[in-house]
Structure formats: C-alpha cells, structure tokens
Write a protein that binds this ligand. Sequence first.
Ligand code: NAI
Length: 396
Amino acid sequence: MIIEPRMRGFICTTAHPDGCAQNVKNQIEYIKSKGKIDGSKRVLVIGASTGFGLASRITSAFGSNASTIGVFFEKPPTEGRTASPGWYNSAAFEMETEKAGLYAKSINGDAFSNEIKQQTINLIKQDLGQIDLVIYSLASPVRTHPVTGITHRSVLKPIGDTYTNKTVDFHSGKVSDISISPSEGDDIENTVIVMGGEDWKMWIDALKENNLLSDGFTTVSYSYIGSSLTEAVYRKGTIGRAKDHMEATAFEITDSIKNIHGKAYVSVNKALVTQASSAIPVIPLYISLLYKLMKEEGTHEGCIEQIQRLYSQRLFTGKQIPLDEKGRIRIDDWELTDHIQEKISKLWANATTENLSELGDLEGYRNDFYNLFGFGFKGVDYKLETNEMIHISSIN
Ligand code: NAI
C-alpha cells in the first residue's frame, strides 16, 4: 500500500518500512564511517528498537562486531495496518546484520514481565552463553509489576506547585502558555515504579542468578538532567524522581556484581526528539531552541552520534571512565555548556508563534519527528506502493 503519515494528537499512527530501513542504514553508515570500537562482543539491549536503544544496538553491532539480542515492545503489521516504527527498524537491523554476518536476535514483548526475562535467559543460554554488556533503554508510560500484578502509570508532572510556562505545538508552530498541576496521591511512587531502577535491577539479578554475566560485565542505563528552564517538569518533577532512583540503583547493582568485577553506570544523555520526549510538555520548545544553537555551533548530535561518542570516548577507551561528582557518565556536556544555556534562556523569553521558526529549529524538530516513523528520508519514494507486511526473521 501507499503509506502516508497519519497523525492522531502528537502521535503518528503509521510507519513507513522503507523509511525506517533507510534510517537504520544511515545510522549503520555513520558508525562504519567512525571506525572500529574495541567494545563488548555479546550485548543485550533492553528497549532496542527506537531512540537511544536502537542506536546502542547499531553501535555495538557495526562498531564492535558484537552479537546482539534486542528486547522491545512493538506492534507487528496486520493486513492494511502498518507495524510500529520500532518493528520495521528491527526488521531492517536484522537484515543488515545478516548481510554483515553478525548474530542478531530479537524478542518482542513486555520487558517488565517474568516471561520475557525468562525467554531472554533461554536465548542467551542457547546462543551466546554469557553477556558482556546490558544496555537498559526502556521508556514506557506503564508497568505491570511482575510480583504484585498491579499496573502502574507514570505521570509527567511538577512536584509541589502548579507549573506555568511556554510550550509549542510543533505541528502548528503555535507557542502558548501551559499550566501543569502538581503531582498528587501516588503519582510520584507510580512514576518511580515505572521509570525508576527496579526493573533494571531485576534484569541484572535474573541474569546473574543464571550465571549469564561474564567477568568484567558492564551495564548502562540512560538518564537526563537538562536545563533550569525545564527542571520543574523534568528533573525536579515526577520523572526526575524516577531518574534519581535509577541513578541510585546503579550503585546497588555495582555492589551486587562486585564478585564478577562488574559495573553499572548511568549515562546522562542529551535532549533529543524521540517518541518518549515528544510527549513531555515544554520539552519540544526547549529542543527546538537547543537544536538551532547547537547546529549553528556544529555540536548538534542525534541518538547515533551520542551513542558513538559514549562508546568511543567514555566506555571503551581502555582508560578509566570519566564520571561526574555523582558517579554518572556525561554525554550531555555540550548541551549544558553555559553559553548555550544562557542563549536558550534569552531566546525562550522572546519566543512567540510569529518568531519561533526563526529563533528556533522548528523545522528540524518536525523532520526528526517524522523521521521517527520512517517519513522524510532522502532515497525513499513515498509515492510508490510498498509492502507493509514485513517480518522480523528471528521472531516467529
Ligand atoms: P524511545 O521511546 O525511543 O524507546 C523506548 C524503547 O523501549 C523502545 O525500544 C520500546 O519498544 C521499548 N519499550 C517500551 N516499553 C517496553 C516494554 N514494556 N517492554 C519492552 N520494551 C519496551 O525512548 P528514548 O527516548 O530512546 O528513551 C530511552 C531512555 O533514554 C529512557 O530512559 C529515557 O529517559 C532516556 N533519555 C532520553 C532522552 C531524550 O531526550 N529522548 C534524553 C536522555 C535520556
């Protein structure tokens, strides 16, 4: 069928298989162009189909010739309905690894569940023996707890007071004020249960119990800090509490894998357009200003550039990994430089519907958003009929 973007609210309900494949190929080309990385060889990526997780899987496979297992939660195609983008990304990734002679298998299902953990354990036992690196890159609004069976929902709210600030509807370009009422009841606890570190630790515990972690094993989870402009809704809001929990969990995990000389790290990454971040109010305005300034300066990075830098300049240099005062890896350093943040604050104060396309990179934001769903890629003819019924070779 001919596939066009179909929007519902802030979500695109269609995805283009050829565009998603192009996106994966572009990322692979980027990694190849940067040369080999002496990284881990048996890698499990949890949240492997889009955003930072997909970039991590690509960097491991094509930068370090790693065998990868990817876990994700995506919708396969049905007759007349496209799959979700992460499905097509993963199908394309497996095709490219096959061509390159690299091992890659995927598991599609709820990573929070015992069943998916068990399936992954069985696959590792059968195919890889042990794992050297686990990248934990889940972003989910809900989690059904495997022990209690309770379904928890995360919220993106400030804590304490109502927060009012500017935001932009990136489709229409309309800048307006938004007021977000503060968290109440169990909001904080629920958000920590969904996006905090508990599930990350459960994965590592389960792998360790089954003797599937190699000596010198490493695990990395991704976090965000961001600027003072967004902190009320991000770092000092409910999601920030979950990130605090995630960061504290890294120390607990490191403690629990000392006997195999293992280490758990949190890497603080840059703000980028992904399906997860476009759902957070205020962030799209911040990102559009940030993109403009970083592109002008030549320091703009997407997920793949960020993860390439994480691997080649932080994780796998053969030297001690540089950490901040709280023990975190930082690849948000270029985003948070003083001059960038000062300029954003000034632009923020002046941003209106009329001038945002000049002050900010609204077009870049929109392009990145459409790219997430496989639209807007050079080299893809979107007028042609295409087959949406693509399968992932390692998934029955
Ligand atoms: P994303 O939405 O692009 O990717 C999320 C991944 O999680 C996908 O592979 C999806 O299939 C998988 N997933 C979601 N629920 C699942 C479930 N129940 N079971 C199995 N897989 C599931 O998200 P993004 O932005 O790449 O986020 C990944 C991590 O990076 C998050 O921890 C996020 O907070 C962090 N981060 C994101 C930043 C951003 O600006 N996007 C900035 C810094 C950190």
